[in-house]
Design a protein around this ligand. Structure first.
Ligand code: BG6
Length: 364
């Protein structure tokens, strides 16, 4: 049921304030500044015992996994990284007893991710799931997990499930942090920020008409860069993924810091860049990179915060509300969904069922 929306993707984007509210309901404990994640089946002592986190997923779930790894490193100070489950399952991965493995999947049926889970279990590793579909293959195979409560997601391009994955990582990072060095006050700071997310997402969605205009401009190009650094880089990767999936445009993500080491050679009037420029400790460096792109004739669309001062630079902006720095990627990702959606709409493509793609790849 499209409920009056032209596409499932549009409906699922608009549902995000409520689906995030469902994700966090009953999971925030103000007294101790912690997340309540009973489904993980891990005691505080077990949570404390992990010295590494490895996140596995495919496609967008992999990119959100990268967002999650950054959150976990920042809030819990445990080495964390994300890997494409489709690669992990085909190498001979080293499975460590003190690593927490996290499998991320909307459908819970992606065969590459399911095989990665089996491989971890065969070798005695501990794996939990961040899964949307209750009772799915991956959810059942894991030792515990956190359900996303995003509701059914029909559009091939994932939106509301992804956002709930990112929120789920914030909750897991909080749990891992609070059994280590994260203070009660810092835990509370994150909890307050998580609680504000649904309202902030709503305010981003209110800017849809403006974002649609930006989308028309970027859809005219055959090729685009999406750039960000550190927290912003997985945001850029996911933004590029969404863009190429439904608008069939070549969209390539790069670390902003790497532009000068090669890709800057490609910049000219015909190659626009979508730059993730949050207000944080890297703003000045990001602005310097924007300046370099502009100096070479490239156009830039910035996804940024209100207080970032672009000075003389002629840069159209999509402004998102500020949250705590560790959680910025959750909100920075939202306008990129709308950018891809409206680019595909402008180009007249089949938004909910892009060519050559399936909602979940369940066979070899
Ligand atoms: C891909 C889909 O095949 O699977 C992507 O095209 C999706 O949109 C990926 O992100 C992972 O799916 P799931 O269900 O495991 O999250």
């Amino acid at each position: 049921d499209l409920g009056g929306y032209p596409h499932y993707m549009a409906k699922e984007i608009q549902e995000q304030p409520e689906s995030v509210a469902r994700m966090i309901r009953g999971r925030l404990d103000d007294r101790f500044g912690v997340a309540r994640l009973d489904g993980l089946n891990l005691t505080p002592r077990e949570l404390r015992g992990f010295s590494r986190v490895k996140i596995l997923g495919c496609g967008s779930a992999y990119y959100v996994g990268q967002i999650g790894a950054t959150m976990i490193e920042e809030l819990a100070r445990i080495p964390a990284d994300a890997e494409a489950a489709s690669e992990f399952r085909y190498r001979n991965p080293i499975i460590e007893a003190d690593t927490l493995y996290i499998a991320v999947s909307q459908s819970g049926e992606t065969i590459d991710t399911a095989f990665a889970v089996e491989e971890i279990k065969r070798k005695g590793g501990r794996v939990v799931g961040l899964v949307n579909v209750v009772g799915s293959t991956i959810a059942r195979a894991c030792d515990g997990g956190v359900y996303l409560h995003a509701g059914p997601e029909i559009a091939v391009a994932s939106t509301k499930a992804l956002t709930n994955m990112a929120v789920g990582f914030a909750l897991i990072a909080l749990s891992l942090g609070r059994v280590r060095d994260l203070s009660n006050a810092d835990g509370q700071r994150i909890i307050d920020a998580i609680r504000a997310l649904p309202g902030q997402i709503k305010s981003i969605l209110d800017f849809e008409p403006e974002i649609a205009e930006h989308a028309k401009a970027v859809a005219a190009a055959n090729s685009l860069f999406f750039v960000g650094r550190v927290r912003g880089y997985p945001v850029a990767r996911e933004g590029a993924q969404k863009f190429k999936e439904i608008s069939y445009r070549h969209a390539e993500a790069y670390q902003t810091s790497e532009l000068k080491h090669g890709p800057l050679a490609l910049i000219d009037e015909s190659l626009p860049t979508v730059a993730v420029v949050p207000s944080d400790e890297l703003t000045e460096r990001n602005l310097a990179a924007v300046q370099q792109i502009k100096a070479r004739g490239g156009s830039v669309l910035a996804v940024t915060h209100e207080n970032v001062d672009f000075g003389e630079l002629d840069v159209p902006r999509i402004v998102v509300p500020k949250t705590e720095p560790e959680l910025d990627p959750i909100l920075l990702t939202i306008p990129l969904q709308l950018l891809a959606y409206h680019a595909a709409l402008t180009l007249g493509y089949d938004i909910d069922k892009p060519r050559n793609l399936a909602k979940s790849v369940t066979v070899e």
